[in-house]
Design a protein around this ligand. Structure first.
Ligand code: NDP
Length: 241
C-alpha cells in the first residue's frame, strides 16, 4: 500500500521537489499552496489551494486528504515565506513580524496539532519540518525570518517529545542555500559566497537535496531517533578555523 504524504507549499521550489521525489518513489502526494498548482502537478498530486496561515484552510486541506486517501503517513511542513523587504532590525515593521510568524510558525504548529491527532488514531506517522540555517544563524536584515525559523526548530522538539509515546517521530530538516524562487533575488550574493567557500561543498543546494532527506526520513529507518536536526547545507554549519 502506498504511503500518503501531505506537503505544504508543494507547488514550487523545495516543496515541489519533495512532492516529485516522493511521487517517483511510490507515494501518493497531496500538496497545498495559496495559488492553483500547474497542470503537471494537477496530474500527479492532489492539489489543494489552502493558505497555511488560515485555520479554516488548514482544516480544509486535511479534510481533503483524508477524504481521498483516509490517512496521512507523512506530514512535511514546508510552506514558508521570506520577508517582503529585507529591513534592518531597528526598522523592521510589526506587520512583517506577524506575517512571518503566522505563515512560518503558527500555521505549521496548528497543522501539526491537527495531523498529529489523526496520526495518533492511525497508530503511526512521521512529521518533517523544513526549517532553515536561519534557525541558528543571525541575519539582522531579516530578523523576523530568523525568529520564525528558530520557533519552528523548538516546535520540532516539542512535538517530538509529545508524540514519542505514540511512535510518531518528528524531525527537522535544516536547509542551507537552495536554488528556488525564494533565493533568486539574492542569487549574485550567494554565488559569490559559495565560490568564496562559505560552504565546504562548493555548490548551490537543490530541491532534490532536501527531497532525498525527506524520503530517507519517511522510510522509518531511524526508529530510535526523534527530534533530530538533519542539516542539508553542504556543511555550512560546521565551524572552521
Ligand atoms: P519558494 O518561495 O520557492 O516556494 C514556497 C512554496 O510555498 C510555494 O509552493 C508557495 O506557493 C507556498 N506557500 C507560500 N506561502 C504559503 C502559505 N501561506 N500557505 C500555503 N503555501 C504557501 O520557497 P522555497 O521552496 O525556497 O522554501 C520552502 C521552505 O524552505 C520555506 O519554509 C523556506 O523558509 C525554507 N528554506 C528555503 C531555503 C532556500 O534557500 N530556498 C533555505 C532554508 C529554508 P504559493 O505562493 O502559491 O502559496
Amino acid at each position: 500500500m502506498s504511503k500518503i504524504a501531505l506537503v505544504t507549499g508543494g507547488s514550487r521550489g523545495i516543496g515541489r521537489g519533495v512532492a516529485e521525489y516522493l511521487h517517483e518513489h511510490g507515494f501518493e502526494v497531496a500538496i497545498t499552496s495559496r495559488h492553483e498548482a500547474d497542470e503537471d502537478a494537477q496530474k500527479k498530486f492532489l492539489c489543494i489551494v489552502a493558505d497555511n496561515s488560515s485555520a479554516e484552510q488548514r482544516a480544509h486541506a486535511v479534510d481533503a486528504v483524508l477524504q481521498k486517501y483516509g490517512r496521512i503517513d507523512v506530514l512535511v511542513n514546508n510552506a514558508g515565506i521570506a520577508p517582503r523587504v529585507r529591513a534592518d532590525l531597528l526598522d523592521m515593521g510589526e506587520d512583517s513580524m506577524r506575517e512571518l510568524l503566522d505563515v512560518n510558525l503558527v500555521g505549521p504548529f496548528f497543522l501539526t496539532q491537527l495531523v498529529a491527532k489523526k496520526m495518533i488514531e492511525q497508530g503511526s506517522g512521521t512529521i518533517v519540518n523544513i526549517t532553515s540555517m536561519s534557525s541558528d544563524v543571525v541575519s539582522t536584515n531579516r530578523g523576523e525570518y530568523c525568529v520564525s525559523k528558530a520557533g519552528l526548530s523548538m516546535m520540532t522538539k516539542l512535538f517530538a517529545v509529545r508524540l514519542a509515546e505514540y511512535g510518531i517521530p518528528v524531525y527537522e530538516i535544516r536547509p542551507g542555500i537552495i536554488a528556488t524562487d525564494m533565493t533568486s533575488k539574492v542569487r549574485d550574493k550567494y554565488d559569490a559566497l559559495i565560490s568564496g567557500g562559505i560552504t565546504p561543498i562548493k555548490r548551490w543546494g537543490y530541491p532534490e537535496d532536501i527531497a532525498k532527506a525527506v524520503y530517507a526520513l519517511s522510510l522509518d529507518l531511524l526508529p530510535f531517533s526523534t527530534g533530530e536536526v538533519i542539516n542539508v547545507d553542504g556543511g555550512f554549519h560546521l565551524q572552521r578555523l
